[in-house]
Design a protein around this ligand. Structure first.
Ligand SMILES: [Fe+2]
Ligand SMILES: [Fe+2]
Length: 347
């Protein structure tokens, strides 16, 4: 290329394709396979709890959370996880936002409640509670023990990958008024559904959306575990994910739970799984058991309550010591929405 042509290109912010091609896909931080051990997380959250009362945090996002870091701000480029604690008598104040979120109770209590859309949802161990897009939510610890849980949000997808902003609003009250009886939201998604409400599938709030909104909902662990055991007795495991249950959107009865994120309870009890790879990211929380996940050349050795990440396109398989249950989290619905999901086995 002549220097005259190069000058013209540079002067007008133009580059030839063959020079930018190799740089495509490198502008975001690379996610590495990695693991965060519970004993380290525990020390961090204990320290934060000792040093920082929620009330001392700046007004706005008053949440006391330790965040596993792999990119500058999160565990991956699409899914964020954090471990949050609320001390006895404390409240994490009510707010709402455009990000989809859920809570998975690690160290829970029936008097530890996430209040969503007017209903108190108890957070007992391994319960999963949705706090969907634009629904008011606060966390209220009326027990005499510190509660800890996993927060999972799609923040990095919107803020980092799309480089967009999210809508956010604080409630005028620290605790939103409780206007529904316990069990109300669960009861609306059984065999009988409200017949008098218009169901146009739109997402509430100032958002454009065509997918059925995820309701506030609590998936109790006892029922999930019983269903896993029934599958173990009667069905064959998935070769890559073991006995695997999707947390479905109760409005549709289908995956994904949120338009941006999908969740599975996985029981690994039949030895090592088969290796595969895919372009979606997977984040795991170890509910119970010990074992290892092999990711490329790395071996992530895990036990109870550890958190680990399997980056896109890396060959991986799980190897439980005996029996293990995992919470699997993935951004796969984003790929599937655009017909971009790809999965294969190593040759
Ligand atoms: Fe929130
Ligand atoms: Fe996988």
């Amino acid at each position: 290329m002549s220097s005259e042509t190069r000058d013209i290109l540079e002067k007008h912010d133009l580059r030839p394709l063959w020079e930018v091609e190799d740089e495509m896909g490198t502008s975001r931080p690379t996610v590495e396979a990695d693991i965060w051990k519970w004993e380290d997380i525990q020390r961090a959250i204990d320290g934060i709890e000792r040093d920082v009362p929620i009330a001392d945090l700046p007004p706005g996002f008053q949440r006391r959370v330790a965040v596993p870091i792999n990119t500058p701000t999160a565990i991956s480029n699409s899914i964020y996880v954090g471990v949050q604690t609320v001390s006895p008598g404390e409240t994490a104040p009510a707010h709402r936002h455009s990000a989809n979120a859920l809570r998975f109770a690690i160290d829970g209590h029936e008097e530890m409640k996430t209040v969503v859309a007017g209903e108190e949802f108890p957070m007992e161990n391994n319960d999963l509670v949705t706090t969907p897009q634009w629904e008011w939510h606060d966390h209220v610890n009326d027990s005499d023990e510190t509660a800890a849980w996993l927060d999972v949000l799609d923040l990095p997808f919107v803020l980092d990958s799309l480089n967009a902003r999210q809508a956010f609003e604080n409630h005028e009250l620290e605790r939103q008024p409780v206007t529904k009886t316990q069990g109300y939201w669960d009861s609306q998604y059984g065999g009988g559904r409200p017949a008098d409400e218009k169901s146009d599938g739109s997402i509430p709030g100032p958002f454009e959306g065509r997918m059925d909104a995820t309701p506030p909902y609590r998936f109790g662990w006892d029922e999930m575990l019983e269903t896993l055991r029934q599958r173990e007795e009667n069905d064959d495991p998935d070769p890559h994910d073991g006995y695997s249950l999707a947390y479905v959107n109760p409005a549709t009865g289908k995956e994904p739970l949120f338009p941006t994120m999908s969740f599975r309870a996985q029981l690994l009890s039949e030895g090592p799984t088969d290796p595969h790879f895919h372009n979606a990211t997977e984040v795991y929380f170890v509910i119970e058991g010990e074992g290892a996940t092999h990711v490329g050349e790395k071996v992530l050795e895990w036990d109870k309550w550890d958190i680990f990440v399997v980056p896109p396109n890396e060959v991986h398989h799980h190897e439980p010591d005996d029996e293990a249950t995992l919470l699997g989290m993935t951004d796969r619905p984003v790929f599937e929405a655009f017909n971009l999901y790809a999965e294969a086995q190593p040759s």
